[in-house]
Design a protein around this ligand. Structure first.
Ligand SMILES: NC(=O)c1ccc[n+]([C@@H]2O[C@H](COP(=O)([O-])OP(=O)(O)OC[C@H]3O[C@@H](n4cnc5c(N)ncnc54)[C@H](OP(=O)(O)O)[C@@H]3O)[C@@H](O)[C@H]2O)c1
Length: 291
């Protein structure tokens, strides 16, 4: 009996690495849809399988002997996909999972890394897990439908936990690298919309805590610092000694003020953030949480 990570991209790999260190005895199955990733992933896994989660026979093989499934999948690569692409990845995979459940009696725990985008725009207000989602249409609606499909799979024998993640940052996805191209540029709007972030080590750490603690239901996984886009960008450019952005006002594509996401439930469940703030001030690392 072990754990399967379906979708080993940025977060799935970070989780696999933490598990190798923190749970060396756990039998780990990883999946990829691309044979060429074999070399990159093989050392992290006891078993590495080619698996498109929309393919019933491949998904059944990936989950058959394990008690826990973590779904970290997302439309791959840098390509921007429309809502239909999201639907193919998430909804079709979870429909496939639902159809297989009668043949997966050992599967006791399903954990999915969803997104805080299901909250939609809250005019800058705070939201928590009790706030009604306002996903609208498009990508957010697909993610909400995905959550609902999964939630319906929970019962007394099988826990379902949905971690709603903020935007990920961390090694390989450093904010300074992502923002430096804005130096000296004009941006429409005033940048006042809130963004929410979580370090990839905390996202992976929360996944392990969810596993260990048998969490169920929805848990926001965000750091302590919702931040307005202009503060995020200005701070990063200043730190890099680069020219500031000129916020030129006027309407932007991202209307609204965003939302600030609470992480009280995450903390009440006992998780201590390794990176509560964006600027690298780490919390004290309990030995059990060292990535
Ligand atoms: N990145 C963020 O800022 C962010 C924010 C909020 C929530 N999340 C959630 O966090 C999770 C992980 O994000 P990430 O940034 O690690 O994504 P990622 O780097 O894009 O990795 C996702 C992986 O999913 C695999 N995949 C795609 N389609 C699949 C399918 N049909 N069946 C099985 N596997 C499939 C791909 O792996 P192969 O190419 O090897 O097949 C891909 O590398 C996602 O569920 C995402 O919704 C991410």
């Amino acid at each position: 009996m072990g754990l399967t990570i379906v979708g080993c991209g940025y977060l799935g790999k970070a989780l696999a690495r933490q598990l190798q260190t923190r749970r060396p005895g756990l039998r780990l199955t990883l999946t990829t849809t691309r044979a060429e990733r074999h070399g990159e992933l093989a050392d992290l896994a006891d078993q590495l399988l080619l698996c498109d989660a929309t393919d019933p026979s491949q998904l059944l093989k990936a989950l058959r002997h394990n008690h826990t499934a973590v779904f970290c999948l997302a439309p791959g690569g840098d390509r921007q996909v429309n809502a239909d692409g999201y639907r193919q990845t998430f909804v079709d995979s979870f429909r496939c999972l639902g159809s297989l459940l009668p043949g997966l009696p050992h599967l006791r725990q399903i954990i999915y890394t969803g997104s805080c985008s299901v909250y939609g725009d809250a005019e800058g207000d705070w939201v928590d897990e009790s706030t009604a989602p306002a996903a609208g249409t498009g990508h957010g609606a697909v993610l909400l439908e995905s959550e609902r499909l999964l939630t319906a799979m929970g019962n007394s024998e099988r826990r379902v936990c949905i971690l709603r993640l903020a935007a990920l940052h961390g090694p390989g996805r450093e904010l300074d690298d992502r923002l430096k191209g804005l130096a000296g540029r004009d941006r429409t709007g005033d940048g006042r919309s809130f963004s929410n972030w979580v370090h990839v080590h905390d996202a992976a750490g929360a996944l392990i805590a969810a596993m260990d603690g048998a969490w169920s239901g929805v848990v926001n996984v965000v750091n302590d610092e919702p931040i307005r886009m202009r503060d995020l960008v200005d701070r990063s450019l200043k730190r890099q000694l680069l020219d500031p952005v000129n916020w030129s006002g006027g309407p932007t594509l991202e209307s609204g003020n965003g939302r600030r996401i609470r992480n009280d439930r995450l903390k009440a469940l006992g998780y201590r953030l390794l990176h509560p703030m964006l600027d690298g001030q780490s919390g004290v690392l309990p030995v059990s949480q060292v990535p």
